[in-house]
Structures are given as structure tokens and as C-alpha cells.
Design a protein around this ligand. Structure first.
Ligand SMILES: *Cc1c(COP(=O)(O)O)cnc(C)c1O
Length: 406
């Protein structure tokens, strides 16, 4: 039984910290989990992976749990990588895929991060957790906390999709609506910490959510037989998914597992109603200014300020990628286009990525024969309020006059 984690490392200044105890941040900025990749490479082979269950835990040597089995799990299956020929054709692309994270527990990729964060919190003896959420992270935290027998407090903007509050409450979490944005919710979690004694599970304020989300990148590499695609579009809020995938690719490269040295160009997609990362990218800055009056129906990317802003921006630049803001007013249109072309239940956040494809193919940044992947980070079914805008009330019919079709 082994764990391959060597230490934690400050993302802002490289300070090393021990990994055998609970950790939060360093100088107010996130920590990386570092591994002995040589030892991982000796312990794990691609052939061994073929024998393993199709879940995120198949990469356990590259995760904080190592080969010790103490995970809190709801069965996080590998998400399908779906070829999208019809949708691709609309933009002149011959190789477009959607990696469909909507099929994970609680209907979003947030389950990967929270399965890992709660696993490690439990490992270190935590019994009460709290987090601010734009929606799906709260649902996932509540579910995994219930699974782990922990108490969970969730703070969400009061106009978050209703299903997110229901799923938290049903899982036994204490849910609070907040008149404000996720940043205001984060302040409440900080303020309550001393009296409530909870552990703060906020995105990037503890080091393990990234490691869970990293499995999206590991899976993608394996599904593509270790030849990474040319372009990855990711709807970016706090950015853990994008940062985690970039970390995964770099770890695989360091282990010599990638078939090509060519790394994907990472694209952070935001709505023009909340695009702090796009502004910072365009201005050539490493840190993003808080975005005023953030508003988008893609609630998962309504994050006006991200503590890992520099980690997102570094990944975009290292990968020769970009940050793209799309027109908020067209999100439902793209959602409908993707769902009607391919039958995949894309969330508004992923619909924004369809908009980015439109921009990047028409300005020639994505070439027709490039291999392009969009992440569908959540299930459309969780956004009934947003989708209602586009799909009004049904007519009530008791009988139908079939002659009108004749
Ligand atoms: C949280 C969330 C995002 C943003 O993810 P980050 O990794 O925090 O940037 C995108 N889409 C959905 C559906 C989400 O719930």
C-alpha cells in the first residue's frame, strides 16, 4: 500500500509544505499536490489500467489516495467521449467531440472534485464542511458529505437554479441563500469559520479538488490512446477543471506517457456577462480584476473573482491557448443547436463553448481538420428556469385533429 504524494507546493512562490496533514492555502493562494512521478511510472503501466474498473479511481497512483482504498465514492464512472459529426459540420469541423460530464453523480463534473476533497477531509478527521457555490458544487458537496457521514453547510446566491438548493437540502445539508454572488457566499464561509469550526471546501482553497478534476484530463488522454486533441474548450468559472486538466497533461508528459509532445491549446470560455479571465488575458495580465455586476444564466461560470486566476492564465498562455467571451444572449440558441444536433443534454456553460467554436472557426484560429473537444460540464436538466426561456409552456391537448397533418 503506497501513496505517491511527496509534498504540497505553493502555486504562487513554490514554498514546499508537508502533505501528511490538513492544508488550505499559502499566502492566500492555492497549493499544488506533488507526486513522485518516477515511482508512479514504476508502479503503474498502461496495461494495468486496462484491467481496472472504469471509474476515476483507476488512476489512483496519480491521486492523493494512492493504492490505499479509503475513498468516499458514489461510483464516478469514466464519462463518455462522444463524437459529434453533425454539430461539427455546422462549423466546418471534421473532428469534434463532447466529453459528457453530465453523466457523473449529481449531474456535473463537480462530483470528481468533491469526491476527492471529501475523501481527503475525512481521511484527516474532518466532520463538518462548508462551501460557497454557484450551484453544482453545493449539490455534489452535500451528496458526498452525506456519503461520508459529515455535516455540510452550503451558501449559494439566492437566484441559483432551484434544483441546486433542493438537492442540497434533500441530502441533509444546511443550505443558505445569499443576496449576492459566489464571492459574497465565500465571505460568509470565512466569517463563520471561527464559531462553526468547519473546514472550508471552496474551490482551490484546499488542494484536493483539483486532483479530482484532474481525472478529466487523465481520462481524456486514455480515451484518445494518449494522443491529446489539438484544442480543448472549457467553460471557466473558478477554473479548477482547466487547471486540473493542464496539470494532468503535464504529469503524463513528465512520465513519458504521451504519444506526441504536442499539447492541446486550452481555451477558457466565459459569457460576456461575466468574463474576468478573458479581460485579464486580453490585457496581458497575470491576475484578473473582479468583474462588476456579473450576470449570466450559465450559473456555473458566474464567478466574478477567482483565487486561482493566475493558474488559469498561466495554463492558457503555456498552452498557446486563448480566453473567449461569448454573447450571453445567444446561449440558449447554442444549447438548442447542440441538443438537437446530437441529443447530448448540454448545460448553458457548455453551450457557451459552442459559441466559442463559432468565433474561433470563423476567425481561423481553429482549423477544419483539427481535433477539438468541448467539455459538457453539467446536465441541461438541472437548468429548468434557464431553458424555460427558450421552451415556453406546452399547449394542453385532449385530442388532436390528425387531418391537419394529412
Ligand atoms: C462549476 C461549473 C463550471 C466551472 O468550473 P470551474 O472548473 O470551476 O471553472 C462549469 N460548468 C458547470 C456546469 C459548473 O457547475
Amino acid at each position: 500500500m503506497a501513496r505517491y504524494v511527496t509534498h504540497l507546493e505553493s502555486a504562487i512562490d513554490g514554498t514546499q509544505l508537508p502533505a501528511n496533514q490538513l492544508a488550505t492555502m499559502h499566502e492566500g493562494r492555492p497549493l499544488w499536490v506533488r507526486y513522485d512521478l518516477d515511482a508512479v511510472g514504476k508502479a503503474l503501466t498502461k496495461d494495468m489500467l486496462r484491467e481496472r474498473e472504469p471509474t476515476m479511481w483507476r488512476y489512483r497512483e496519480l491521486l492523493p489516495v494512492g493504492t490505499e482504498h479509503f475513498e468516499v465514492t458514489l461510483g464516478e464512472g469514466m464519462s463518455p467521449l462522444l463524437a459529434c459529426p453533425r454539430l461539427g459540420k455546422k462549423f466546418g469541423l471534421s473532428h469534434l467531440w463532447i466529453k459528457d460530464e453530465s453523466q457523473l453523480p449529481t449531474g456535473s463534473f463537480k462530483s470528481r472534485g468533491l469526491a476527492m476533497a471529501i475523501t481527503m477531509a475525512k481521511h484527516f478527521g474532518i466532520t463538518r464542511v462548508a462551501l460557497p457555490t454557484a450551484g453544482n458544487a453545493g449539490g455534489a458537496a452535500a451528496a458526498y458529505a452525506a456519503r461520508a457521514g459529515m455535516e455540510c453547510y452550503v451558501f449559494m446566491p439566492d437566484d441559483t437554479p432551484a434544483i441546486n438548493a433542493y438537492e442540497c437540502a434533500a441530502a441533509g445539508a444546511h443550505v443558505y441563500g445569499v443576496n449576492g454572488l459566489i464571492t459574497d457566499c465565500g465571505r460568509l464561509v470565512r466569517e463563520g469559520k471561527e464559531v462553526m469550526g468547519w473546514f472550508d471546501l471552496s474551490t482551490l482553497k484546499e488542494p484536493y479538488r483539483i486532483e479530482g478534476k484532474k481525472t478529466m484530463g487523465l481520462e481524456l488522454a486514455e480515451q484518445f490512446s494518449w494522443k491529446l486533441p489539438d484544442v480543448i474548450l472549457y467553460p471557466t468559472g473558478g477554473g479548477t477543471g482547466l487547471i486540473g486538466m493542464w496539470k494532468a497533461f503535464n504529469e503524463l508528459r513528465a512520465m513519458g506517457w504521451l504519444e506526441s509532445q504536442q499539447m492541446p491549446r486550452m481555451v477558457a470560455v466565459q459569457s460576456d456577462g461575466c468574463c474576468p479571465i478573458v479581460r485579464a488575458f486580453d490585457a496581458g495580465e497575470r491576475f484578473a480584476k473582479p468583474f462588476e455586476n456579473a450576470a449570466t444564466m450559465a450559473s456555473g461560470i458566474r464567478v466574478p473573482a477567482a483565487v486561482g486566476d493566475f493558474m488559469i492564465l498561466d495554463a492558457l498562455r503555456e498552452s498557446s491557448g486563448r480566453a473567449v467571451a461569448v454573447d450571453e444572449n445567444h446561449i440558449t440558441e447554442w444549447l438548442r443547436l447542440a441538443m438537437s444536433s446530437e441529443g447530448i443534454a448540454v448545460c448553458p456553460e457548455a453551450a457557451a463553448c459552442i459559441g466559442a467554436i463559432e468565433t474561433l472557426t470563423s476567425d481561423g484560429w481553429i482549423k477544419p481538420d483539427e481535433r477539438v473537444v468541448i467539455f459538457n460540464t453539467g446536465a441541461a436538466q438541472k437548468y429548468t428556469e434557464a431553458i424555460k426561456i427558450e421552451f415556453p409552456q406546452l399547449d394542453i391537448n385532449e385530442s388532436i385533429d390528425w387531418n391537419v397533418f394529412a
